[in-house]
Ligand binder design. Structure first.
Ligand SMILES: Cc1ncc(COP(=O)(O)O)c(C=O)c1O
Length: 429
């Protein structure tokens, strides 16, 4: 295998195997590992389901679509983008994939291995793993600073870009997974300045662009990119939410401004052409759902709910000593960081069930585990809460990611009180 093959690690799913082993002993598992609103009891409104049912009844739905995606949908999405007044596109600048994960996997694959894209740390690992796999080495990252609202450390990025001529692009995730932060325009403009100075292109993962709350304003890449070449990554998995539909797309901005960038866009289109096309049903549904007068209110209500949960979780976890976190404004995660020096290899949580205790003790003794992974395994064994360690988000920080998705209003405080109790017990053991 190529060296890059070992970079394909995805702890968000990897931890599930361990949780299933614990589940076999009869322990109830609270799934806090994955950003799937439907798994956390979100139900799509009847009008959205009716729209999809009407499409299911039409024969045309079952055919292939254009390689780039359904033309009417691309026309609609280009119009939506162009209305904002930033970088203008045509339907030809939009390319559909089978979920944004598929788009991400293809995005880095065709660049020569020595051409690197630098991305944030902590990182949403689908990006960092795919980029590292293409380069046959570890990911290149710039720091997000937990002591400055998780905003990017622009100086750190600047130095890395300046001294690494292999860097050809910068990845921004806004709103961000796993930190839940939404970047102000002043920071986004600095990415653009840097791209201009060092002749880079920008990639912005905007899958959470319509999931903002508690006063946050989201700026999309097209609005601030100016004349820099760039790719926006969008999808329906989170906002609609329809993750099982496997539908996401790329928008190419200022494509003709650099021949190398145009060639990349063309290669991505060709890659989709040899696959024929992507999932058609969700593509057909997009304009029908997004143009419906009920959609903006629906998005607002969903985001407000996440905002309320964000505050509720802050209230529950704030009294815990030894951890820190920021208030979130977008997406539906929070990242809880352990303060320096509070973790050791001696800490534990009481696990009543002997079989589960033995399993967790074996994991922490026999596997190479980071301090935060160790905590995560104990939390899983003792409290049944399944979270993901931050060390597996390509970060030197120690902590874990939770989701803000639980719709069941009785279950949410129960889960986060389990986390709080687990933290207190572990840190004081
Ligand atoms: C930042 C980000 N990008 C992309 C994806 C993948 O989305 P999809 O379900 O469309 O593959 C996710 C899913 O969690 C995500 O958080």
């Amino acid at each position: 295998m190529r060296e890059g093959a070992s970079e394909l690690i995805y702890e968000i799913r990897g931890i599930v195997k361990k949780a299933h082993q614990i589940e076999k002993f009869g322990q109830k598992i609270f799934w806090e590992n994955i950003g799937d609103p439907v798994q956390k009891n979100t139900t799509l409104p009847a009008w959205i389901k009716d729209t999809i049912i009407s499409l299911v009844e039409q024969d045309d739905t079952y055919s292939y679509s254009d390689s780039k995606g359904v033309l009417a949908t691309r026309e609609f999405l280009a119009g939506l983008n162009n209305k904002k007044g930033g970088a203008q596109i045509t339907p030809e600048d939009i390319l559909f994939f089978n979920g944004l994960g598929d788009a991400i996997a293809k995005l880095y694959q065709y660049l020569i291995p020595s051409s690197r894209i630098i991305g944030p740390s902590p990182a949403y690992s689908t990006h960092s793993s795919a980029e590292a796999a293409h380069a046959n080495t570890h990911p290149l990252t710039y720091n997000l600073n937990p002591d400055d609202n998780w905003y990017p450390d622009i100086e750190d990025l600047r130095l890395k870009v300046k001294y690494n001529p292999n860097i050809v692009g910068i990845l921004i995730i806004n709103p961000d997974n796993p930190t839940g932060m939404v970047y102000p325009r002043s920071i986004l403009d600095q990415f653009v300045d840097m791209a201009k100075e060092f002749n880079l292109f920008l990639i912005c993962d905007e899958i959470y662009m319509n999931v903002t709350y508690n006063g946050a304003v989201n700026h999309t890449l097209a609005e601030y990119i100016d004349d820099v070449p760039g790719i926006s990554l969008k999808g329906i998995s989170k906002e609609m939410p329809w993750p099982g539909g496997r539908c996401g797309w790329m928008e190419f901005y200022n494509r003709k401004s650099k021949p190398e960038f145009d060639r990349l866009c063309e290669t991505l289109e060709n890659a989709k052409m040899i696959e024929v096309s992507s999932t058609k049903l969700p593509q057909l549904a997009i304009p029908l759902i997004m143009q419906d007068k009920r959609y903006p209110d629906y998005l607002k209500t969903q985001s407000e709910k996440i905002g309320r949960r964000s505050k509720m979780i802050t209230d529950i976890l704030s009294p815990v000593k030894g951890v820190k976190f920021n208030e979130t404004f977008g997406a539906f995660y929070n990242t809880i960081i352990f303060e320096a020096g509070v973790l050791s290899y001696k800490q534990s949580m009481k696990i009543d069930h002997p079989g589960i205790r033995k399993l967790v003790e074996t994991w922490v003794e026999e596997e190479v585990v980071n301090f935060d992974q160790r905590f995560v395994y104990y939390l899983l064994g003792a409290k049944g809460v399944c979270v993901v360690p931050i060390s597996s988000f390509c970060s030197d920080l120690l902590g874990f990611r939770v989701t803000l998705l639980e719709e069941d209003e009785e279950l949410l405080p129960l889960i986060f009180n389990h986390i709080k109790d687990g933290l207190n017990e572990y840190l004081n053991s």
